[in-house]
Design a protein around this ligand. Structure first.
Ligand SMILES: C[S@@+](CC[C@H](N)C(=O)[O-])C[C@H]1O[C@@H](n2cnc3c(N)ncnc32)[C@H](O)[C@@H]1O
Length: 235
């Protein structure tokens, strides 16, 4: 299996399915992760610098970005409908608390529309799995980071085949059944969660890939209760 890419044809179908998740995105995530997604988001937040420019790649409907109040934040996503939900959600909250607006930009990880060495940190939550060319996206993140800048990634990787098989069952049965009820359709968009998970490699694969891109101090940690991994590295 190719763990570097999901193929551009599949990626386009995946994107239209992701767009269909918008109305129920947070609700299904909360159920699927037993409420742990918020704790995982906090773990990413704690790993990001307090000062400096932060880029979130694949911000989706703003579920993480809304927590980064007061930070100098840019959010990027290829789906215009995601950005039009995320922007008011994040910026209304920021403005009501007296913080400046975050910037929202349409684009993909593989072709970041930013200058070299222009960000202090890059984060990506539950999106890396979907990138159609992961090495390219990582090298773009490296390019736009300042020297010493940090990358933080969270996604549900597998530690080995057995763990991957358990993950597959959990997504297919637990998440799939709930999504089917909530979306009131058999062909619900969350089926793509299982498909992208099957394609996704092990935690170790991506430690090697992040190192191979040129990041230093690369670490990974399987986070409780074993459904997700957090990777980090510096430029
Ligand atoms: C599951 S959502 C994650 C939303 C949010 N980051 C969160 O914490 O819940 C994944 C997002 O990644 C975006 N995405 C998929 N492929 C991408 C790519 N190649 N480059 C940038 N973003 C991508 C999708 O459009 C989608 O909005």
């Amino acid at each position: 299996m190719d763990h570097t890419s999901i193929g551009e044809g599949d990626w386009e179908t995946l994107q239209s399915n992701l767009e269909a998740t918008i109305p129920v995105y947070d609700r299904i995530n909360r159920f699927a992760t037993f409420g742990q997604d918020q704790r995982w988001r906090k773990m990413v937040q704690q790993r990001l610098p307090e000062q400096g420019k932060i880029l979130e790649i694949g911000c989706g409907p703003g579920s993480f970005a809304e927590n980064l109040e007061g930070r100098d934040l840019t959010c990027l996503d290829p789906i215009p409908a995601m950005l039009s939900v995320a922007e008011p959600r994040v910026n209304e909250k920021r403005l009501s608390k007296g913080y400046s607006k975050a910037m929202f930009v349409e684009g993909t990880a593989e072709s970041l529309p930013f200058d070299d060495c222009s960000f202090d940190a890059v984060c990506t939550l539950f999106s890396f799995r979907d990138w159609y060319d992961k090495p390219k996206g990582l090298s773009e993140a490296l390019r736009i980071l300042k020297p010493g800048g940090k990358i933080v990634i969270v996604d549900p990787a597998k530690i080995n085949r057995f763990h991957g098989w358990l993950g597959y069952l959990y997504m297919r049965v637990w998440v799939g059944s709930y999504a089917r009820i909530i979306c009131k359709q058999k062909e619900h968009p969350w089926k793509w969660l299982t498909k992208t998970y099957v394609h996704f490699g092990t935690t170790k694969h991506y430690v090697e890939m992040i190192k191979g891109t040129g990041f230093k101090n690369v670490k990974s940690k399987l986070i409780f209760p074993g459904m997700a991994t957090i990777w980090e590295g510096t430029k």
